[in-house]
Structures are given as C-alpha cells and as structure tokens.
Ligand binder design. Structure first.
Ligand SMILES: [Zn+2]
Length: 580
C-alpha cells in the first residue's frame, strides 16, 4: 500500500507546482512554488516513515486518505490561489495529528474520507454571475426561428465535398466568397453578431469587450418577442466580453465534461494534460472534451425544457464550437484515428497532449501537414454531429427555421510563407469563411454564389429573412435584394486586425486585395493569385486607396475600455494560446 501512497503524494507535489506556476502572479510565485516543494518533500518523508501494519505505523487506509483529502478539502472550501497551498499543508498536519494520537488513527482516516465524499458532492461555484435575463414580456413574434452555427476556425476550403456540411449547403444558398471582418475569434464573432466592423463594436483586443452602446442580434430579437439561447465553447464567446448580451439562456461551458479549468478538474487529468506524466491511456479514459457533441446536447436539453414549459415563441439559437480550433490539444477519440492513419508528428510534438500555438509558428511543414490532417479530422467530427443538430431543431421548430452555418475565421498551415495559426495578418486563408444560409420558402435551394459577401452582412440578411426591420448604421447590408437581382452584391470587403500589436486593414475589391498597416503594404491580384503567393510591387489603383482612406476616417479604431478578466476565462484563453 506504500506504493499508491507515494504516487498520491507525488501527485500532490505536481499539483501544487502546477497551481503555483499558473495562478500566482509576481513575486508570490517562486515563494509559493518553493513552499510547495518543501512541504511536499516533508509529506513524502512522512509517508515513507510509515510502516503499515505495525503498531507504531499508521494504517495504510489513513495514509491513503489523508494526502489527497487535505488538498481536496482545501480546494473545495477555501477561496483564492492560496487554498492550494493550504491543501498541501493539510496532509502534513494530518500526519502530525495522526502520529500523536495513535488510538484514533483509523477513525481519523475515516473522518477525512467522509469529508472527501462531502466535498465531492458539493457543487462547483458557478462562474462569475451574469444577471439572468427574465423571459421577455414582449408579445411572442410569429416569424420563423433562427439557428446560427459558428464552427470556429473553419476555413472555407476545408469542407469535404461528400460530407455533411456540403450536403447541408445544397439545401440553401452557398456563398463561396464570404469575407470575415477579422482574423481571430473575438472581433470576428463580435462582427457576426452585430453587423458592425470591429472598430465600430469595440471588441478589438483580448481585454476589450463589446461596447455598451452596441446592439446585438440577440438583443434585437429578444426585444421583438424571440426566445434567445446560446451554447458555446466559452473563452471569447462568453460572458467576459459581453457576447452573451441579449441571451436569456447562455451556456459557455457545454464543450467540456468538467467546468473548464476549475479546481475540481481531476488531479490525474491535470497531470496528464500538463505533460508531467506519460499517461496517454489515462487521457483517453478521462476524455474531458466533448466538443460539438456537448454543444448539441446542450441545445437538445434546452429544447426539452422549453417544450416542457410550454414556451411557443420562435427562438434564436446560437451554437459555437472550438472542436476544429483546438486541433493542437489532444482529443483522443478524434485524433487517434487520424494519427493511426498516416505519418505522425516529429519527435518535437509526438506524444504531446497540448501544443501552444506559438510553437506552431516554428513547426516544420511536415509537422504542419500532420496538424492539418488533425484539423481535417476535427472538421469531420463536427460534420458527423450536424444531422443530430438538424433533428433537434426540427423537433423544436419543424421546417420553420432559418439557418446560418459559418465560421469566424480560418487557419494557416503554410510554413514557407510564415502563414501559420490565425491572428496577426489578413490573408485569405484566415478571412475566407464558409457561409451557408437556409430559409425554406424564402431562399432557393442549391444556389452557389461566387460574388463577394461579408460576415457583417449576416445580421441584416437574417433580420430581413425573419421580416424584422434592419437597424440603421450597420457596416453590412441584407443580401436578399442582391439575391433577387435587384441590386449588385457588395463591391468591397474590409477586414481589420487591431490586436497583438498590429494595426492592419485590408480591402478586397474588383479582384484586388490590399493589406496596409504602419510600414507595411501587400498588394495582390486575387483573381489570378487566389493564394496570395505573388505580392505585386507598386501602389494599388487610386480607387482602392481612396476607399481604404475613407474607411479609416469613417471607422477610426476605437477599443472599448479594458476589462479585468475572471481567472477561469484567463486560464481558458491561456490554454487556447491567446494570453500568455
Ligand atoms: Zn475563432
């Protein structure tokens, strides 16, 4: 029994180190880490000095319960990062007490075991409270329902022509040249949900939320009698950056089995994910990530609740998944199949459970090709869940639903040009996203549109499809008149990157693409060079320059006031590689 005791004690050491390194800032970090090591060594020595079964020894059951119970209880019942240190100290205390009260050792062990069980049944504290929105008292609208599915990081060219999304595309309008407003999640989804450019809605950097005066699609529809609900992968698509505004029900944690990056995440999982121990089998067994299946399950549960409560309002359902985005964080059921089926990653990345995106930028093309296969595997996994989502929506709304399937931005896998991951640049691999719109009876089926459209057109278009007025001042426009042939499709598409130390703006127009920033300019002729492989020398046509100038004057970059992120969101953003 000494063996398991040692393993547990070792686990506590690693847990303490992990916590100390992540959650303590500034000068407290090295002190805390040193304390953890010292106390853990003393605890280990305590365990080693036990002689199970002998009169002076401690019963092995007590030894086995006191170490994890101390850490567990402290994490359950105390606040703040120091609780973990207390957790490491408690086992020592228990050992001392146990050695000085021999007659009651077994009972003491049982007492702690009971406390552990009590702790295990206590619910995790909820994330920072968001005042629940009451059901709107506006008379119920009578239009169709709306489903918007955002598959984070899905490139326009990543779809399998035989896959479920391609099948879905044939049921409506397939916009093949949709341009996102930004090359990373927060500003891009902000634009999708407001119809505004990032400089207008203010969510420009990881620390700036949507501006207060901006109205979201959910707020508009709720005010017009719609039920509103969102199931997302969290991080940027969460309460911290105010993307939950207007949603009566907002669940940002449905992609994970455990509340994300909280203290009660099993110790063994943290150890494995932090690469302290080579426990691939364990990661497979614990398998905390549910991905898109969790999003669909959340929507289904919400739908059943809605039916039970007799809510017959039309609804706006926003669904968002990081399953494709997180291709560099090990997801056993999906990734194992891909890795078995072809060459694997080089020694640098093989057997890693998570890779920081900054490491991708120095990966070889051979490794990026494997990552690209993992990425494609994730796309297939999301595609496999689409029919279940369609059944779920059909159960709720019959055929009377408008659908939008899109992405916020794409992803780069090109080592030679340094176009890897997303953010920090404005090339087509990041800006071109799929945009599929279904509206039975309102839009044709199987129509493919090759004209340029923009993510900012989504909000006015769906409002138009739902027969709701489109508010003035949006950067986008309804695409219905153009689809009816009454007007031309938008002539110009802009995108912005104002975070990560960049100040880039791009304009795509008449087959040209111009990317411009301080001391930086790239000009491409997209019509002949869709991959932007051959930057052209010289200046762009005057029209392009004038229009870009006019955009800058009309929408001067304006970030909202910075917010302080809660620890859970910060930790999630760190894991995704957005915050250091
Ligand atoms: Zn994203």
């Amino acid at each position: 029994m000494l063996g398991p005791g040692l393993v547990l004690a070792g686990g506590v050491v690693l847990e303490g180190l992990s916590i100390a390194s992540k959650e303590l800032e500034g000068s407290a970090r090295p002190i805390a880490a040193a304390l953890v090591v010292i106390v853990a060594i003393v605890s280990l020595a305590g365990v080693l000095s036990l002689r199970p079964g002998t009169r002076r020894g401690w019963t092995s059951s007590s030894a086995l319960t006191c170490l994890p119970s101390g850490a567990y209880l402290a994490a359950r019942f105390t606040e703040g990062p120091w609780s973990h240190l207390t957790g490491i100290l408690l086992p020592l205390l228990v050992l001392v007490v146990a050695r000085s009260s021999e007659g009651r050792r077994a009972r003491l062990g049982l007492f702690f075991a009971a406390l552990v069980l009590l702790g295990a049944t206590r619910r995790e504290r909820p994330p920072p409270p968001r005042p629940p929105l009451p059901r709107s008292d506006v008379p119920a609208a009578s239009g169709p329902s709306l489903v918007v599915l955002v598959i984070d990081t899905l490139r326009a060219d990543a779809l399998d022509p035989e896959g479920e999304i391609a099948r879905f595309a044939r049921g409506g309008v397939d916009f093949r040249q949709c341009v996102g407003a930004a090359p990373w999640t927060l500003p891009a989804i902000g634009s999708l949900l407001t119809g505004l450019m990032p400089s207008q809605h203010g969510a420009l950097t990881a620390m700036t939320p949507l501006a207060d005066e901006v109205t979201t699609l959910a707020e508009l529809l709720r005010a017009r009698g719609y039920a509103t609900a969102a199931f997302t992968g969290g991080a940027f698509v969460g309460t911290a950056h105010h993307l939950d505004r207007g949603f009566e029900h907002f669940d940002a944690g449905c992609e994970r089995r455990f509340a994300p990056f909280r203290r009660h995440v099993p110790l063994v999982w943290r150890l494995a994910k932090n690469r302290y121990v080579p426990l691939r089998w364990l990661v497979r067994w614990v398998d905390e990530f549910r991905g898109f299946a969790g999003v669909v399950a959340g929507a289904r549960a919400w739908g059943e609740e809605r039916k039970a409560s007799g809510d017959t309002r039309p609804f706006f359902l926003l669904l968002h998944t990081y399953q494709v985005h997180d291709y560099y964080i090990y997801d056993p059921p999906v990734d194992d199949r891909v890795l078995e089926d072809g060459p694997g990653l080089s020694e640098r990345f093989a057997d890693r459970f998570s890779v920081h995106p900054s490491e991708l930028s120095t990966a070889t093309q051979a490794d990026l090709d494997v990552f690209h296969r993992l990425y494609q595997g994730r796309v297939r996994a999301v595609e496999a869940g689409l029919p279940e989502l369609e059944r779920c929506v059909r159960d709720l709304a019959g055929e009377n639903a408008v659908w939008v399937l899109t992405a916020d931005h794409g992803e780069g896998f090109d080592a030679a040009r340094g176009r890897v991951h997303h953010g920090g640049r404005l090339h087509e691999d990041l800006l071109r996203v799929p945009l599929l719109v279904h509206a039975p009876g309102r839009l044709p089926e199987g129509l493919v549109v090759e004209s340029t459209v923009r993510s900012v057109d989504v909000m006015p278009t769906v409002l138009d499809l739902l027969d709701q007025p489109v508010p003035p001042g949006l950067a986008g426009e309804s695409l219905l008149p153009a689809l009816r042939g009454e007007r031309a499709f938008p002539a110009s598409a802009f995108a912005e990157e104002r975070a990560h130390g960049f100040d880039l703006l791009t304009l795509r127009r008449d087959g040209w693409k111009w990317i411009r920033g301080p001391g930086h300019a790239e000009l491409y002729r997209l019509a002949e060079d869709p991959r932007e492989a051959f930057p052209l020398p010289g200046e762009p046509p005057g029209e392009l320059r004038d229009e870009l100038e006019a955009f800058s004057a009309r929408f001067p970059a304006r970030a909202s006031a910075e917010i302080e992120l809660d620890p859970a969101t910060l930790e999630h953003l760190r894991a995704l590689g957005y915050v250091r």
